[in-house]
Design a protein around this ligand. Sequence first.
Ligand code: THU
Length: 160
Amino acid sequence: MKKLEVKVALKIYDHITELEQSIQEIMKQATLQLDHSYAPYSNFYVGAAALLSNGKIHTGCNQENASYPLCMCAERVALYSAGSVDPKVNIESIAIIAKNPKKEIDRPISPCGACRQVILEFQNKQQSPIKIYLKADSPNIYEFESAKDLLPFSFDGSFL
Ligand code: THU
């Protein structure tokens, strides 16, 4: 028997002003997306903004449906926009921000498993890491250097 330990490193910033300008901008764009969120069922608002290597930003917010399984997360809306409009341009980073009007979220939001899998697919496709920035109501921000850090032991195309 062998025991394997997987460690995840992340940076925690106390405030958005500690981040470089381009990251502050995607955090801002992701926050603006909270107002576009269509979430009449959960009333939970999520905004995302992806920064491309050419400086372009693709945004997204969650889009819900009366048929619940059809709901789409903000991250995936932003990434699929980037993938369809700028398929050949690398994604450098993605900011994900959440707001729950019913209560304060005291720590950065964690993207769901499906979104982790999708971020990782984009990362594998472009063969360079996508940084992930997470924030909710508290001023602190989590930074992950790679989608792999959020989804170790992932399923990927190498199995197929
Ligand atoms: N949601 C996202 O948009 N991103 C996540 O990473 C977690 C959840 C959305 C889906 C649904 O519209 C609402 O938040 C509540 O789950």
